[in-house]
Design a protein around this ligand. Structure first.
Ligand code: C2E
Ligand code: CA
Ligand code: CA
Ligand code: CA
Length: 278
């Protein structure tokens, strides 16, 4: 791509990552990427399913590699997890999101700022000092935790229950909300879910894509959530028909290409933050 003036947007081929040497190289390059802040933060807004107003936004990482082109998170996150680099990456995401929020708070009216959710891997979440790191950074940026949400997967949830709940309790004291991402794809037992201190179930996009066949699964998750006094959000909503099915099932929050793709930070800010008068 360099020969083409660097304007070519090469898409990294997933099967390449299976080659051990390349994997090793990427691991090394990830290290560099952390040091040079080579990751971009994209923001995908979430919406009220009836009012169609913004309710929040999720931060998704993008790595535009200088030689290899765009490497999707599905490739580099697993490598970062295996090498342990994920902790530094995600802590830096948390730090950068908090800096954004602090900036927005200065520039615009506080009550118009959407809650920002951050994906946290099991490795980062289980670090002994994670909750104190999070609290400490909130204090540093003088932020209320309620401006943030942490998305954890069922993989986290299925770890030692006492340990998880003790971390969740400490985190929730800051006001941060906790959601279970990709809900329905893991194997967490329902009895376990009841004891877990979480706020939101994020219904996995595979159920939404073919909601016509998965209507009863989504309805079951919806009523489970209502019984446990949890909120739901459906992800990967691409069509009006899917939206309508979700509305009928009582799911009041949605995210997906129908409303917006993940946006680069400047685009997200001009669409959803900056135009709001102070
Ligand atoms: P996820 O957390 O389940 O994020 C949703 C993925 O679905 C994102 O892919 C998003 O761009 C995509 N998406 C959103 N709306 C639609 C839609 O309407 N249709 C379709 N087909 N896809 C949609 P993305 O950005 O490639 O991220 C993939 C995964 O990488 C994420 O899945 C998440 O597990 C992981 N990831 C991204 N950033 C981070 C991070 O900072 N930390 C961790 N641990 N994982 C991350
Ligand atoms: Ca997520
Ligand atoms: Ca998800
Ligand atoms: Ca996923």
């Amino acid at each position: 791509t360099k020969e083409n003036g660097g304007n070519n947007y090469t898409v990294f081929q997933p099967e390449m990552a299976e080659k051990q040497v390349l994997r090793f190289e990427i691991e090394h390059e990830l290290q560099e990427a952390i040091e040079t802040q080579a990751f971009d933060l994209y923001f995908q807004p979430k919406f009220h399913s009836f009012k169609r107003t913004i309710t929040g936004a999720e931060v998704l990482l993008r790595w535009n590699h200088p030689e290899r082109g765009f490497i999707p998170p599905n490739i580099f996150i697993p490598i970062a997890e295996e090498s342990g680099l994920i902790v530094a990456i995600e802590r830096s995401v948390i730090e950068r999101v908090m800096a954004c929020l602090a900036k927005w708070l200065e520039e615009t009216n506080e009550c118009t700022i959407p809650c920002i959710s951050i994906n946290v891997s099991v490795i980062t979440f289980l670090q002994d000092d994670f909750s104190s790191f999070f609290r400490d950074r909130l204090n540093h940026y003088n932020l209320d935790g309620s401006l943030l949400e942490l998305e954890i997967t069922e993989r986290v949830v299925m770890q030692n229950e006492t340990k998880i709940n003790s971390i969740l309790q400490k985190l929730r004291k800051t006001g941060v909300k906790i959601s279970i991402d990709d809900f329905g794809t893991g194997y967490s037992s329902l009895n376990y879910l009841d004891k877990l201190e979480v706020d939101i179930l994020k219904i996995d996009q595979t159920f939404i894509q073919h909601i016509e066949y998965n209507q009863s699964i989504v309805a079951t998750i919806q009523s489970l959530a209502e019984n446990l006094k949890l909120h739901t959000i459906a992800e990967g909503v691409e069509t009006e028909a899917q939206l309508q099915a979700l509305q009928e099932l009582g799911c009041t929050e949605v995210q997906g290409y129908l409303f917006s793709k993940p946006l680069p930070q400047p685009d997200f800010e001009s669409a959803y933050i900056m135009h709001i008068p102070v």
